[in-house]
Design a protein. Structure first.
Length: 364
């Protein structure tokens, strides 16, 4: 949704003042309530799915089978020439004696001219292997530091975008295969609250970007509407192509650091995009799901906060393992409130990523 626009009949100075005041209100509200703010959770049941490793027993068995096949096969015959159908051994002496004269074919250029080489045919796209994998995806509302789940409505959009090594490129942008998953969502329980989940079958290796668009909800305590655009990634069978690609959400965080295969402490950099354009000076925070419910000295230790630079970029150091949520905010178009009057809408772009601990990374 576009940011608030003011009537052209207002003087420029007044419009600028109102715009600044609105932005200040959003930023202050963001800072004041960030410690207990709600975020939309979107995480797969595992941060990556690796291809099964071949066992030594299977390799040894395969080698024995190869030996048996070699012992059964007769001595190989000389390979046939693709051009003449004769054996290469017989054709070789003729090549040594000099060029064999052949009748000129129709359309052959006269002597002394070089024929124009035909453009090689483009190779067919590689066939993707078929795999049999699945992943559970959890969707809910929560307060990450408190490790507390909250009730939320079913999202109005849930989809997966698959990027792989055969994905075509158009105008410099990789074109993924999109699959709508909203029909696969069912009600589940999480931390004693109603939540949403989906079991997603994965039949092709790829980099999967899961995205949801939440429904706007009314926050009575703050007198405003909130709406979240969320995404996360799942690399399957070693494919990483496409992690740096934006997905075209109204408001999103585009990763500038590969958001998987990270070990704490790790750096995560990104850019906030509103309608595909970088958003400068936007508040961004990073918070981890505190599954241990470990206390901290002050509320400021519960999360990190920064602002995007002129290019809409930001960076954080993620010093602990676990699931981290990166969230940027910006004002949207007002919506009609419970009293029938326009109320502010606060948009959130969320990105979930997982960071391994040193011990976990060694096990992988």
């Amino acid at each position: 949704m576009p940011r608030l626009s003011f009537s052209s009949s207002l003087p420029h100075a007044v419009g600028a003042i109102l715009s600044t005041a609105l932005w200040a209100f959003v930023c202050c509200a963001f800072t004041a309530v960030s410690a207990n703010a709600q975020v939309t959770l979107l995480v797969p049941s595992q941060p990556s799915i690796e291809a099964p490793a071949k066992t030594d027993k299977a390799d040894a068995s395969g080698k024995r089978d190869d030996k048996k096949q070699e012992s059964k096969q007769p001595a190989s015959k000389p390979a046939k020439s693709a051009d003449t159908g004769k054996t290469a051994a017989k054709a070789a002496p003729a090549a040594e004696q000099g060029a064999v004269k052949t009748p000129a074919a129709q359309g052959t250029p006269p002597q002394g001219t070089q024929p124009v080489a035909e453009a090689p045919a483009s190779p067919p796209p590689p066939e993707l292997p078929v795999i049999d994998e699945q992943v559970d995806v959890l969707i809910t509302m929560m307060r990450p530091f408190q490790y507390q789940s909250l009730v939320m409505d079913m999202p109005q959009l849930f989809a997966a975008l698959r990027y792989d090594n055969a994905s075509p490129v158009k105008d410099g942008i990789i074109q993924p295969v999109r699959r709508d998953l909203l029909g696969d969502v069912e009600e589940i329980g999480y931390l004693d609250q109603k939540a949403w989940g989906a079991n997603v079958a994965l039949t092709t290796p790829g980099l999967y970007q899961f995205i949801i668009e939440g429904r706007p909800w009314w926050d009575a305590a703050r007198g405003q509407f909130l709406q979240h655009y969320v995404k996360t990634m799942l690399p399957v069978h070693g494919v990483e192509r496409g992690w740096e690609q934006p997905v075209g959400q109204v408001f999103e965080i585009q990763a500038l650091t590969r958001p998987f295969g990270l070990t704490a402490p790790a750096i995560f950099s990104g850019v906030a995009l509103l309608h595909g354009k970088a958003l400068p000076n936007a508040p961004v925070r990073m918070v981890r799901i505190n599954t241990e419910k470990r206390p901290v000295p002050t509320p400021w230790h519960e999360e990190m906060e920064a602002r995007t630079d002129k290019a809409g970029q930001f960076s954080f150091i993620l010093n602990q393992p676990g699931w981290w949520c990166c969230m940027a905010v910006t004002p949207g178009d007002p919506l009609k409130g419970p009293d029938g009057q326009p109320k502010p809408l606060n948009l959130g772009a969320l990105f979930w990523l997982y960071v391994d601990g040193a011990a976990d990374a060694r096990k992988r």
